[in-house]
Design a protein around this ligand. Structure first.
Ligand SMILES: C[C@H](C(=O)O)C(=O)SCCNC(=O)CCNC(=O)[C@H](O)C(C)(C)COP(=O)(O)OP(=O)(O)OC[C@H]1O[C@@H](n2cnc3c(N)ncnc32)[C@H](O)[C@@H]1OP(=O)(O)O
Length: 565
């Protein structure tokens, strides 16, 4: 065992030496040199060390890159969007000018539900929790003056992910950018919609068809783009524990791997297109352990169960958002502290990309000032604290390693349970055993009830005072005053509807009708052609999101969750 540790250290050192490093000062504030990574003392015997290993090596517990953040720091990716495309475009330019490293689009509720701004269900919701995007013309405005070929963009949308992605591709075409060169991430994760967020359009099977089409299309045409961001964030925010968040999310990820395999895709080609999105909650060490366990479990399952041989197909890359649910409306300035601690956990857990919440997000969309403080929080961590100097600085901590092992073991128990729900390893399912388990769990309401149980237990603990929340159940006296609140006025909705009506009048109606008719024919074709080229044609003709989603819905139908008491 001692030789293995030394051999590993030498291997890591050679890779570190050969890798590019940032041109930065890697000393402490006092000017002392620090090593890029720390390991056991020479000659130490550590049973099970191969589960910890070295950064950049299987099972990647200590991170994906031998250089850690010395090669590249995490991406500062602030989730933003409100009002109309013009307002959000201004906010993006502010974020980029202030040092944001990538963009992340928040859509409003009608858009997330595949509806146009003039849909009766959209009334009162246009531009409120994100930006309203009705057609490719809005997408052009959203990215006006922002070169899509040079920036990575994340789009948080799952039910209508595919038509929205097509709008993004068409906006790139109109900027003169080759869509094949685009890099970014689309959320697309429909499993977590049924499990936690509840924003689906159709039943699971048609959504999985669309996601399979997207995976095929991206693997073939847009290799750098990540079509799926498998998301635990919403599961955690709904009340799940850390282990449930991890296990449900990774199980969903395995489901998408089975989907790719069922389409005959090569795992080493499509798996790098799967990325992850987790919550960073306020229990500092538990969160760090969760991130480290996530990488280890994913690498092992991808190699041993799904046959991935390339490191990129075994890598779990993830974005993190600090926990919205940990923010309090009481004494809201305390939220800056919570967010900083959560962001630090994400960084010490090796996140690849990070969003820090603004202090006012529990009340409304962030004001420009609150958004700036959130961004600066990341920059303070990155530039001042030295956390980017050493890879996995908590690796080898007895506490963190024990928590990492425990959370991994809990996740494995949950995977077994999900597999059993689907009929076990031998389940006859056209996609795969984990998918079968997930779909069974959704149909039975198992995931929702597990999450509800955890949320209830936590809330009881808060109400009894066993779990303490500053400003809520302890230390409640305060001198802090009212916050300025960003309000999106109703004129945004009126203006968006007016614009939509004008665009509908100006477009070539016959071309729209023809494109939508061919889309419907393709949806109904028993040969199940890939739907993306048909959706692209509709988008190019300026068909709206609502029209495209409704056209597919004629065949796909709707989905209603069984009520449970
Ligand atoms: C709650 C809210 C809601 O619902 O309302 C939401 O959902 S908000 C949801 C918001 N969601 C998001 O914002 C999702 C964001 N996700 C992403 O950006 C992605 O999926 C991501 C997690 C993979 C991060 O992508 P990224 O481009 O920012 O970062 P990467 O880690 O991939 O790094 C970029 C490139 O640099 C390389 N690179 C990174 N570090 C190093 C290093 N040390 N040495 C050498 N190379 C390195 C990577 O391998 C990669 O290249 P190469 O690619 O060649 O390997």
């Amino acid at each position: 065992m001692a030789e293995d540790i030394e051999a590993g250290r030498a291997r890591w050192q050679a890779r570190y030496d050969a890798a590019r490093k940032r041109d930065a000062d890697f000393t402490t504030l006092s000017g002392e040199e620090v090593e890029p990574v720390y390991g056991p003392p020479e000659g130490a015997v550590i049973p099970g060390f191969e589960r910890i290993g070295w950064p950049g090596e299987f099972p990647f517990t200590r991170g994906l890159h031998p250089t850690g953040y010395r090669g590249r720091t995490w991406t500062i990716r602030q989730f933003a969007g409100f009002g109309n495309a013009v307002q959000t475009n201004e906010r993006y330019k502010m974020i980029l000018a202030s040092g944001g490293g990538g963009l992340s689009v928040a859509f409003d509720m009608p858009t997330l539900m595949g509806r146009d701004s003039d849909d009766p269900h959209a009334l009162g919701e246009v531009g409120h929790c994100g930006v309203a995007i009705d057609s490719a013309a809005d997408m052009d405005v959203l990215f006006d003056g922002i070169p899509l070929g040079e920036i990575t963009t994340s789009m948080t949308i799952s039910g209508p992910a595919v038509p929205m992605f097509c709008m993004y591709l068409v906006a790139a075409e109109r900027q003169g950018v080759d869509p094949g060169s685009l890099n970014g991430t689309l959320q697309t994760d429909i499993f977590k919609e049924y499990i936690a967020q509840k924003e689906w359009l159709y039943p699971p099977q048609p959504h999985l068809r669309l996601i399979g089409d997207l995976m095929e299309y991206c693997a073939a045409e847009i290799p750098a783009f990540k079509p799926l961001s498998v998301s635990g964030y919403h599961i955690r925010e709904a009340g799940a524990t850390a282990a449930q968040e991890l296990a449900f999310t990774l199980a969903d990820g395995f489901g998408y791997v089975e989907l790719g395999l069922s389409r005959g895709l090569d795992v080493d080609t499509f798996a790098p297109g799967l990325s992850f999105f987790f919550d960073a909650h306020v229990d500092f060490f538990e969160e760090i352990a969760k991130f480290r366990a996530a990488r280890r479990i994913w690498a092992r399952w991808m190699r041993d169960r799904y046959g991935a041989t390339s490191p990129k197909a075994q890598w779990l890359r993830f974005h993190t958002q600090t926990a919205g649910v940990s923010l309090t409306a009481q004494q809201p300035y305390n939220n800056v502290v919570r967010t900083a601690v959560e962001a630090l956990a994400a960084v010490l857990g090796g996140t690849n990309s990070l969003h820090t919440n603004a202090l006012d997000e529990t009340l409304a969309l962030p004001t420009e000032q609150a958004a700036e403080i959130a961004l600066r929080t990341q920059q303070v961590l990155m530039e001042e604290t030295g956390v980017a100097n050493v890879a996995d600085p908590l690796g080898g901590s007895w506490y963190v390693e024990a928590l990492t092992d425990r959370i991994e073991a809990e996740a494995e128990r949950i995977f077994e349970r999900i597999l059993r729900m689907g009929g076990g390893e031998q389940a006859e399912h056209e996609i795969g055993p984990m998918t079968s388990g997930i779909l069974a769990g959704i149909a039975e309401g198992w995931f929702s009830s597990e999450i509800a149980e955890s949320a209830f237990r936590y809330q009881q603990a808060v109400e009894k005072g066993d779990k303490r929340v500053v400003g809520v159940n302890c230390h409640t006296g305060t001198v802090s005053g009212e916050l300025e609140i960003l309000r999106v006025g109703h004129e945004v909705e009126r203006e968006q509807r007016r614009l939509l009506a004008r665009r509908r009048a100006e477009r070539d109606g016959a071309a729209v009708d023809a494109a939508l008719a061919s889309l419907l024919t393709a949806v109904r074709d028993p040969g199940r052609p890939n739907l993306i080229p048909f959706i692209m044609e509709a988008v190019r003709a300026e068909a709206t999101l609502g029209e495209i989603c409704a056209t597919m819905g004629e065949e796909f139908g709707t989905y209603t969750e069984d009520p449970r008491f």
